[in-house]
Design a binder for this molecule. Structure first.
Ligand SMILES: [Zn+2]
Length: 210
């Protein structure tokens, strides 16, 4: 049998950036290459095979989004991951206890913290939460020092992120953190990059984020 290997053409663009690392404050340099291949399986949302022009414009958009985000040293980014894990835990907990939906069987309005996440649903909220955490880490680090807490600093900041983005009548702005709280509140909610998320209770009695 003859084995045929097809090499698809790669479309790539590289970029570098320099900025103050949000964790240590020192200058950091990062480089990244964005790539996709032109191949019959690489299709757009319209189901058609992407053209080189389409791929280039997608890569450009990804590059621009990356350039806008702060520049971390890789080690500094890894160092704040435990804080993010705590933040995300608080975020998910607040998501469940602040949401309600109609029970599919009894038709009663029920609070969602009595139910479990459907597989993959909690995980699906992570990338967006990490994006907020990374982009605004310096401000969040100031916030957690100012906010009243019992040691669960990052967990409470995670609560506030959910409550504020979903406009539950409290959040970053009402924790006596002055300008720092107001700045964070302005970054979330209707019309921002971090709008409201609705949770629903499925017919399988599990919680869905989309
Ligand atoms: Zn650093």
């Amino acid at each position: 049998m003859r084995r045929v290997t097809t090499h698809y053409r790669e479309v790539a663009t590289s970029s570098g950036k320099f900025g103050a690392c949000p964790v240590c404050g020192k200058g950091a340099t990062r480089a990244r290459t964005f790539q996709q291949t032109l191949n019959p399986f690489n299709k757009g949302s319209d189901g058609l095979v992407k053209t080189e022009e389409q791929i280039r414009s997608e890569l450009q958009a990804r590059k621009e989004a990356w350039l806008k985000r702060p520049t971390y040293h890789a080690a500094c980014h890894a160092k704040v991951t435990p804080a993010f894990d705590e933040f995300f835990r608080g975020y998910l907990a607040a998501a469940l206890w602040s949401s309600s939906d109609t029970h599919p069987v009894t038709q009663e309005d029920v609070e969602l913290d009595k139910f479990d996440w459907a597989p993959g649903q909690a995980e699906s909220l992570k990338a967006d939460a990490r994006d907020f955490f990374d982009t605004h880490y310096a401000l969040l680090a100031e916030y957690v020092e100012l906010r009243v807490n019992d040691g669960r600093k990052w967990e409470y900041a995670g609560h506030d992120f959910w409550l504020n983005r979903c406009e539950h009548g409290c959040g970053f702005w009402d924790r006596d953190c002055g300008e720092v709280g107001d700045k964070l509140a302005d970054l979330v909610g209707h019309g921002t990059d971090y709008p409201n998320i609705d949770l629903t209770l499925g017919d399988d009695l599990l919680v869905y984020a989309q």
